[in-house]
Design a binder for this molecule. Structure first.
Ligand code: ZN
Length: 372
């Protein structure tokens, strides 16, 4: 996420703070100071750090549960509206998503139990009885915040954890896409309810309702994309009229071919026609400036680009290409020989065609009848 910076690394997960989060802290510090001086400021900041400590532990709950299923979480970002654990990929099986989604609120339940036991051990259960959110005991406030985190997150609507729990439960019975659509509709019904209640009870609910509504819509469309990628064979969508360049080809020749044709990305091959790298237009321009026209393309190509097999579906590569990690990947046969090319432009075209056809008929553009 832009405008965030790293503050710590725990269990291989980078903890990041968004700039707006620091602005929130600053605003709270100043406004508390103006009301009650230094003691109020310290108390206000301790409370907000307690809230975000709870949110952070909640996100670690998701991340550590995901790790059990082999899913890495590169970072957790704290924003003024909460935390975001960026999982490397979504859990695929419903029971995995169920556990990963519940692991977050479960952490808050553990915090509640620990705080309660603390009150019990110190004989201070009375602070829970005459509890006040403003000016009450810090630990009682923290317990209240964690209860709120559990309740709020278990609302069965995307993007809350409860939405994922609901989808996982439905997906065990029906397909992933149908489960997501149904869960998204239920979430949007909740969103309308929130907005409606917002007019009578608390305007904050209007804001939450809009947030939930957008979360549900984006979840539904990303599920459709995932389904699309799972069903689409690479061989059906790859470009086949592709020029490859031998690794010893001088850069000058690549420039020539680039200028005379429409191809923008070139798979680089060895003497046996096996893929060894990728050369994009930007690489050519940059290399020309740095190394001159005589350098062999193998010295200036990208070598960290994966290849896909022509027998695969788009599943493995689709998201990575759409997020812009790779501009183009070579398609290979079982011997590693280049037989085609996937580019971002070509995938975008395929999706446009697919979208148009899906809207007009239940038979898609390759003639495959959609399953009922
Ligand atoms: Zn969560």
């Amino acid at each position: 996420m832009r405008w965030s910076f790293d503050v710590a690394k725990v269990a291989g997960i980078t903890v990041r703070l968004h700039v707006t989060f620091l602005l929130l802290l600053l605003w709270l510090a100043v406004s508390h100071y103006l009301v009650g001086g230094w003691p109020a400021m310290v108390q206000g900041l301790a409370f907000i750090l307690g809230i975000f400590g709870s949110v952070l532990l909640h996100e670690f709950g998701h991340a550590l549960a995901a790790k059990r299923f082999g899913i890495h979480t590169p970072d957790i970002t704290l924003l003024p509206i909460g935390g975001v654990a960026r999982l490397e990929r979504l859990p695929e099986r419903p029971h995995e998503e169920f556990i990963v989604a519940l692991a977050g609120p479960a952490v808050n339940v553990v915090i509640i139990v620990l705080l309660y036991l603390g009150f019990l051990a110190t004989g201070r259960l009375d602070v829970l009885q005459d509890f006040a959110l403003v000016g009450g005991s810090f630990w009682a406030q923290l317990l209240f915040v964690n209860m709120w985190l559990v309740i709020f997150n278990l609302i069965p609507a995307f993007p809350m954890d409860g939405g994922r729990v609901l989808r996982a439960l439905l997906a065990a019975r029906m397909g992933f896409v149908r489960a997501t659509e149904l869960a998204a509709s239920i979430g949007q019904a909740f969103a309308f309810l929130f907005v409606l209640l917002g007019f009578f009870v608390n305007p904050m609910l209007i804001f939450i309702g809009l947030f939930v509504y957008m979360g549900a819509a984006s979840e539904a469309s990303s599920a459709q994309l995932r389904d699309f990628a799972d069903a689409m064979p690479v061989a059906a969508v790859m470009l086949t009229d592709v020029r490859v360049l031998h690794r010893e080809t001088p850069l000058a020749d690549a420039v020539e071919i680039l200028l005379r044709g429409t191809q923008r990305e070139f798979p680089i091959v060895d003497g046996l026609g096996r893929a060894v790298g990728m050369l994009c237009r930007e690489d050519v321009i940059k290399a020309l400036r740095q190394h001159g026209p005589e350098v062999p393309v193998a010295r200036v190509m990208q070598t960290n680009v994966p290849v896909v097999g022509r027998w695969e579906t788009l599943t493995r590569i689709f998201t990575r290409m759409m997020e812009g990690q790779h501009q183009a990947v070579a398609v290979v046969d079982v011997h590693g020989h280049v037989v085609g090319l996937l580019t971002r432009d070509n995938l975008a075209e395929v999706m446009m065609v697919h979208g148009a056809m899906a809207a007009s008929a239940s038979v898609d553009w390759r003639g495959r009848t959609e399953e009922p």
